[in-house]
Design a protein around this ligand. Structure first.
Ligand code: MN3
Length: 203
């Protein structure tokens, strides 16, 4: 019985060109994300007591669950979020309540970008950078591997509204070892309406 499913990408593989290339999107969604979903379903099948639980429920006690549930459950959740906060012809800046919250937490959008870029660039090895709501306030953090701020193991816990995949598989074909260039270009594909939607849903 397969519970978790890989949703189709909400846009074409080449929709984020030239910032994220088509081949990377094909492999990232069709191979990497697909493998997380398949391996998550396998891990749930061999731990019957976990059947029927949502990812959010699993993350709350993830430190007590098998590593395969953490790695693949995180992989599924994180990539689903990632595809949905990007889009073609996006970028720019947030507006409204989200912009206000960013200004109040970081001083300005530019300072927020600097903080986020730094978190993404300095995450050693594979992981993610996040913007989350934590106790009513926006915070930037990063996590290793496929961990995320919803997990009980996260140093900084919260509800993630924006996430950036800094695994090499997310950028190596186009950017090779130039992670900072990938990070800079990624701001051109953020769908701030989608981020604002997560922001308002979290309240
Ligand atoms: Mn990835």
């Amino acid at each position: 019985m397969s519970k978790f499913e890989l949703a189709p990408l909400p846009y074409a593989h080449n929709a984020l060109e030239p910032y994220v290339d088509s081949q990377t999107m094909e492999i990232h969604h069709g191979k990497h994300h697909a493998a997380y979903v398949a391996n998550l379903n396998k891990a749930i099948e061999s731990n019957a007591e976990l059947e029927g639980k949502s990812l959010e429920e699993l993350f709350k006690n993830i430190s007590k669950l098998p590593a395969a549930v953490k790695n693949n459950g995180g992989g599924h959740y994180n990539h689903t979020l990632f595809w949905n906060i990007m889009g073609p012809k996006k970028g720019g800046k947030p507006s409204g309540a989200l912009a206000d919250a960013i200004n109040s937490a970081f001083g300005s959008f530019e300072k927020f970008q600097e903080t986020f870029n730094n978190a993404a660039a300095t995450r050693f090895g594979s992981g993610w950078a996040w913007l989350s709501i934590s106790e009513g306030r926006l915070v930037v953090s990063s996590t290793p591997n496929q961990d995320n701020p919803l997990m009980d193991v996260a140093e900084i816990k919260g509800f993630p509204i924006l996430g950036l995949d800094v695994w090499e598989h997310a950028y190596y074909l186009k950017y090779q070892n130039r992670r900072p260039e990938y990070i800079t270009n990624w701001w051109n594909v953020i769908d701030w309406d989608a981020v604002a939607k997560r922001f308002s849903e979290s309240k």
